[in-house]
Design a protein around this ligand. Structure first.
Ligand code: PMV
Length: 329
């Protein structure tokens, strides 16, 4: 039997919480329309510290409660009519890079506020984190927030894996499952080009709304299923093949970028495969290094102007920092 996901314990302020960034291996954009996706929680994290304050602020900015959409949306959901809070956040995840900086911030903050409100289960944290992100962005799927809340490797709308939770909004429904981590090292590289997720999601939505949209979505679905099957059988060549096929589809719907193509070309000799990751139109690429050639791959990507990171799967989702110490376990 599988264990229930670990709940968020109650604590009193000040509370610090941390959540991982993410890297989508298969299915970005198509997942917004219910196709399968696979996402890794990665070992770059965001940490927040929440404490009582004279006025509500984020990193010293008293206007963030109005001007920073994710912060505003979190306060609306958790703190309407409650006393002011001073929030600080630090992150190793580059912003606007498709590596889940917003979802990690949202999940860490939601975990801290859940804890301050008496604790709660992880399913509700996943729901609330998604609501905060969706209220702030206006569009999107629970892919990023589910990875930030669950940690590990997470599949959406896939037949494989251990069921975690289901998130439904209107006629949209995403079933979230956990897959085992084969323990590989991945390399991601930020192109330096920040872009807007909602704009890219709307452009792809428009493309998939054309007459050949359903056939195109079916191709996305098949590639994600092949990639997920390959990961489950721990077949790196199969995973790399599906990454390449997924990238070709993303290029076809117009979300690649010349800088991303350059990075993928530069990294190719040291990688089994690679693709853009996240909304695209800038942002980052993810590559699966050839065995023993991780450093060479990082050098190649850096020489081509990218900001590379070697990442591994972060097994732990959003959590209260120091909770184990406080509980004496
Ligand atoms: O914001 P990003 O770059 O992490 O992209 C998220 C993935 C999309 O599928 C493009 C949108 C979504 O919400 O699923």
């Amino acid at each position: 039997m599988s264990e229930a996901p670990e709940p968020i314990p109650a604590a009193s302020l000040p509370i610090s919480a941390s959540a991982p960034g993410k890297c989508i291996l298969f299915g970005e954009h198509a997942v917004v329309r219910g196709a399968p996706a696979l996402v890794l929680a990665i070992d770059l994290a965001t940490q927040v510290l929440v404490r009582p304050g004279a006025t509500t602020s984020l990193n010293g900015d008293p206007d963030a409660g109005v001007g920073q959409p994710y912060f505003r949306s979190a306060l609306e959901l958790f703190r309407a009519g409650r006393p002011a809070l001073e929030v600080r956040s630090v992150s190793r995840i580059p912003r606007g890079a498709g590596l889940g900086s917003s979802a990690a911030f949202v999940a860490a903050l939601a975990a801290a506020l859940t804890s301050a409100g008496g604790g709660g289960d992880r399913d509700s944290l996943a729901e609330r984190s998604f609501d905060i992100e969706r209220n702030a962005q206006g569009v999107g799927s629970p892919t990023d927030t589910s990875a930030a809340v669950a940690g590990g490797i997470v599949a959406l709308n896939a037949a494989k894996g251990e069921r975690l939770w289901t998130i439904a909004r209107g006629s949209d429904r995403w079933e979230v499952r956990r897959l085992a981590d084969p323990g590989w090292t991945w390399v991601v590289a930020f192109s330096g080009i920040r872009r807007s997720t909602p704009d890219a999601v709307r452009a792809v939505g428009e493309r998939l709304g054309r007459p050949d949209g359903p056939a195109l979505l079916e191709r996305f679905r098949r590639v994600s299923e092949e990639g997920i099957d390959a990961l489950v059988r721990e077949d790196p060549e199969g995973v790399a093949r599906a990454m390449g096929a997924n990238h070709a589809l993303l290029k076809e719907v117009g979300v690649s970028h010349p800088r991303l193509e350059e990075l993928l070309r530069a990294g190719a000799p040291a990688a089994l495969g690679g693709k853009l990751t996240g909304a695209g139109a800038g942002g980052s690429v993810v590559l699966l290094p050839r065995a023993g050639r991780e450093i060479e791959l990082i050098r190649r990507l850096a020489r081509a102007g990218g900001l590379p990171f070697a990442v591994r799967v972060a097994p732990k989702g959003a959590s209260i920092v120091g909770a184990a110490l406080e509980n004496g376990s």
